[in-house]
Design a binder for this molecule. Sequence first.
Ligand code: NAD
Ligand code: LMR
Length: 329
Amino acid sequence: MSKPLRVLVTGAAGQIAYSLLYSIAKGDVFGPDRPISLVLLDIEAMMGVLKGVVMELIDCALPLLTEIIPTSDISMAFKDIDVGVLVGAMPRREGMERKDLLKANVKIFKQQGQALDQFAKKNVKVIVVGNPANTNAFICKKYAPSIPPQNFTCLTRLDQNRAQSQIAARVGVSCQDVKNVIIWGNHSSTQFPDVTHATLKGKPVLEVVKDDNWIKNEFISTVQTRGAAVIAARKLSSAMSAAKAICDHLKDWFHGTPDGQWVSMGITSDGSYGIEKGLIYSMPVKIGAGQEYTIVQGLSIDDFARSKMDATMKELIEERDAALQTCEA
Ligand code: NAD
Ligand code: LMR
């Protein structure tokens, strides 16, 4: 057995964590041979609830789970971690946009960026889930200058999974038959779910669906507003599907993407596709087993795609500037 991987989950007493912790601790994400030391951070007021979560994890009798460390102490939480799953933040309520959470949440990610810089391993891999996820990841990265920028990502896999499932349902196939959908940009209602390069059982999705109007309107808007639709129905934001997407993101990052396929992750832009350098922008990436991700290059971008990609970039620039102002105030 290898050395335990030290995995921190923040917001550990919250609803996403409740759906997530079992999969991580069971070995579904980092593999059946990788012991896990699980660090669970939440605020002091949630320590009672977290105690119950710890009891349940113990009661699951999971052989890979070698250690559970519940804490509200940020320095203890980030000490020597290999992976940071940063979920803890306020969720939005009906009628809000995710960027309305900026003021409330961005300072959490400034503080956690500083803690990463000070206490985490320098090769720590970070996924930010708390909203607005891209901008929070940007702030976290900014305040952790000793960690490589490519180690900071944010979750847009939920949007990819939503897009894939919408296409599959439209055609009446399994979602695994739909490959290489792309989510460009912000995890927000300006994101651009792009099927131009996607395939369905090996054929271009656009040739199979044969309904440009549906793709450009209903499909895109359904994916863009799916989070809000879940909140309207559940009166709580998505949790089960978010947890599944976090597992997908981390599994691919650690173990690689299947041959010929790519996945979308919010990553630090290197200027590819004309996206402003340094923004955390969702892009298609490929990952070799045990290797770092690389941005898929050379995809054709038509005028429609260009305008959508630029619109979501513009929103990210505005969010970034507002977040920096809040952090520097
Ligand atoms: P929740 O309210 O159920 O849980 C959040 C938890 O975070 C709470 O237990 C809270 O006490 C804790 N918390 C707050 N501040 C903290 C801090 N400084 N340090 C550690 N823990 C802290 O919310 P949830 O449904 O689990 O959602 C969490 C976040 O994830 C929200 O911002 C939500 O909008 C976001 N989200 C993102 C995606 C995505 O795809 N990127 C998907 C779903 C939800
Ligand atoms: C989602 O996409 O479901 C989450 O980001 C929660 C939200 O606020 O929409």
